[in-house]
Ligand binder design. Structure first.
Ligand code: HAM
Length: 423
């Protein structure tokens, strides 16, 4: 028996309903914020991720699914969404109308990680990328989208962590400070950190192995190296978060696992006890140099991504049920073979008129049809027998009150509209 690959899972039943519900909620939230839906390929040229996410990041150095296609091209299953959206932004010259251009996406990402709860090899992200504005309002707006989505869903145990990595000048100064600080401790660091030291010392702060060592705790803080512009930008982001009533903490050690960030970075975590290490539900930040670094114009960007599977785990941990199995409006069955065609065409009429309808495909007996209608949580049952066909008058049963009605064919839609309309 062939089984699904390790770290992947099938989506069906309750989980499928929950994901569809989240998609619907996100679509309507994004409409309110006036963001545009964008869809990019699931695989891209491998080079794209090397040049955006960064060579030294765990994602690119250890976790990508790389393959050659039959034309010998180097391709990678996307480990995240930002790189593809930035490529799409440049390739389609979307920047001619970036005033700003606000986009969102939803789809599968792939990372070769050690599978555990909240850490899959295939997972879904809802993400946002905004291009063309340096205004700190946008940083705060993107944070508010994640925060408000979680609040709308009813999550309570949340923590908003923010930090600033500053602009290029501030980062360059900070880099120097880190190089001199870590130099005497090089032999005490893990092998990955030794490499990070040479290529991108900021990455050392994101190390999972050395995270709790004194060396790491006493490392210089970026906040001491921010120049005036960077400090001002960060202060304004905080001001706007306060305007929106969003509680946050400044977390000096937050550097994020991807290389493209400048200025604001943030992570929203679930603080439920025992939730485990994968408690970052959504994360992102500003990337003012990424578009230019990829060969596009000098246009700033900011965004985030939310892990859908982790969000579902957080909802479960807080006992929030979003499984909206509402049942159907109408269930139809025929009392004999002769009326089955009529039942089938009536179901089709009801469906195009907006009623959630199902029918008896299996020629069940009376008792089993009522049982099945209950299972489908049908509000009304329409029974079609010879009498109904001859008299052109249907028997309709309210499945909750058990009241029975006789309704002429021609009045059926009007009847159901009236009965179901005020729900
Ligand atoms: P990220 O922090 O790598 O950022 O991922 C964002 C979110 O995706 C995480 O907070 C987590 O909820 C979820 N996630 C990541 N890896 C896994 C996994 N293996 N299994 C399940 N969920 C996972 C990014 O991807 C950036 N592109 C975010 C961004 C957009 N920054 C700016 N724009």
């Amino acid at each position: 028996m062939i089984q699904k690959p390790k770290g992947t899972y099938d989506i069906y039943g309750d989980k499928a309903r929950e994901i569809l519900y989240l998609k619907k909620l996100i679509t309507s939230l994004m409409d309110n914020y006036n963001y545009n839906y964008v869809q990019t390929p699931v695989f891209e040229a491998s080079e794209l991720f090397h040049r955006t996410v960064g060579e030294e990041t765990d994602i690119v150095s250890k976790e990508t699914y790389d393959f050659k296609d039959r034309g010998n091209r180097d391709l990678t299953l996307r480990p995240e969404g930002t790189a593809g959206i930035v490529r799409c932004f440049i390739e389609n010259k979307l920047y001619v109308d970036a005033s700003p251009l606000k986009t969102w996406y939803f789809g599968p990402m792939f990372r070769y990680e050690r599978p555990q709860s909240g850490r899959n090899r295939e997972f879904n992200q809802f993400g946002v990328e905004v291009f063309g504005s340096c205004n700190p309002m946008i940083d705060a707006e993107t944070i508010s989208i994640v925060y408000n989505l979680f609040k709308l869903l009813g999550l309570k145990e949340l923590k908003v962590n923010i930090n600033s990595l500053g602009d290029l000048e501030s980062r360059a100064k900070y880099r120097e400070a880190l190089l001199s600080y870590f130099k005497p401790y090089l032999n005490d660091l893990c092998d990955d950190c030794k490499q990070r030291y040479a290529k991108n010392p900021l990455r050392i702060l994101d190390c999972k192995i050395d995270a709790n060592s004194d060396i790491m705790k006493n490392a210089p803080k970026i906040s001491d190296y921010l120049n005036e512009d960077s400090k001002k930008h960060f202060a304004e982001v905080q001001k706007y978060l306060e305007f929106m009533g969003i509680d946050y903490v400044i977390n000096d050690n937050l550097v994020r696992g991807l290389d493209y960030y400048t200025h604001t970075v943030f992570e929203i975590t679930s603080e439920i006890e025992g939730f485990g290490s994968g408690n970052v539900l959504g994360a992102g930040g500003r990337y003012d140099n990424l578009v230019a670094n990829l060969g596009g114009p000098n246009i700033p960007g900011v965004g985030f991504a939310v892990g859908i599977e982790r969000l579902l785990l957080a909802l479960e941990a807080e006992n929030i049920n979003i499984n909206q199995e509402e049942g159907i409006d109408v269930y139809l069955f025929a009392t004999s073979e002769n009326e089955r065609d009529m039942m089938f065409s009536l179901a089709s009429i009801l469906r195009v008129n907006g009623f959630k309808t199902d029918l008896d495909y299996n020629l069940r007996n009376f008792k089993n049809n009522f049982k099945h209608a209950d299972k489908l949580k049908a509000k009304f049952i329409i029974i079609i027998g010879a009498d109904e066909v001859n008299s052109k008058c249907l028997t309709i049963k309210n499945n909750q009150t058990k009241e029975e009605y006789k309704v002429e064919f021609d009045n059926l839609i009007e009847f159901l509209d009236e009965k179901l309309g005020d729900e």
